[in-house]
Design a protein. Structure first.
Length: 224
């Protein structure tokens, strides 16, 4: 709940930017509401999982090195992340330098930056959180959970909701409409490829995957 409240507090703070000199509220991205809502909900989910993990207590599994970021994220997911935030930042800078929609450009860059902070925080935790696996089955579950935790806040959601501006509110520069559509399509396509790659990962080894110690689920992918 605290993370959600914090997220909406950032939303309110961002809205006050329209009171700055030279800033007109009608030029700020209409998609900002979707940005902040998605980020606040995702932060709430992440904080809830983090709280439950802390309640588990215990020590990290012995002789276990943290997994590599590349191994957890995967190439297509990382591509979607870079397209979303690096590509989006480049697009915002181009808008600022080549059009008169400067307020839209830098305020859109600001909300994109907030999305990057939220997404990066969750991903760093996903990669660096302590492992709890002790045998082959529990280590496989730990890896599976990390792969699923990446999707708490998919980066591609931000380019998609950005389409509210060129397609509905028309606050973005008209000359950049197709650039923003292509930007969203590319980010979404790489995210879909990452998701499809996850769907083809091998099944977990035989083991006990439930709270009932008598229940064994051999050769089945874990889906909590």
């Amino acid at each position: 709940m605290g993370a959600v409240i914090f997220g909406f507090a950032v939303t309110i703070t961002y809205s006050y930017m329209q009171n700055l000199p030279g800033v007109r509220g009608v030029e700020m991205p209409e998609s900002r509401y979707a940005y902040f809502t998605v980020a606040a909900i995702s932060l709430g989910q992440w904080a809830s999982i983090l709280h439950r993990e802390r309640q588990l207590g215990g020590l990290p599994a012995p002789n276990r090195r943290p997994p590599s970021a590349a191994g957890v994220l995967g190439g297509w997911y990382l591509a979607s992340f870079l397209i979303t935030f690096v590509g989006g930042a480049a697009l915002a800078v181009a808008m600022y330098l080549t059009t008169s929609s400067r307020t839209f450009a830098w305020t859109w860059l600001a909300i994109l930056g907030w999305g990057a902070i939220c997404c990066t925080t969750i991903l760093v935790w996903t990669v660096r959180r302590r492992g709890r696996g002790e045998d082959a089955a529990s280590i496989a579950v730990d890896k599976e959970l990390r792969l699923q935790d990446r999707w708490l806040l998919p980066p591609a959601v931000f380019p998609v909701v950005s389409l509210i501006d060129p397609l509905f509110s028309h606050r973005s520069p008209p000359g950049f409409t197709w650039w923003m559509v292509g930007y969203a399509a590319l980010a979404a396509a790489t995210a879909v490829l990452a998701y499809r790659r996850d769907a083809r990962r091998p099944a977990l080894p035989p083991g006990i995957y439930g709270t009932d110690e008598t229940t064994s689920v051999p050769n089945q992918t874990y889906n909590p």
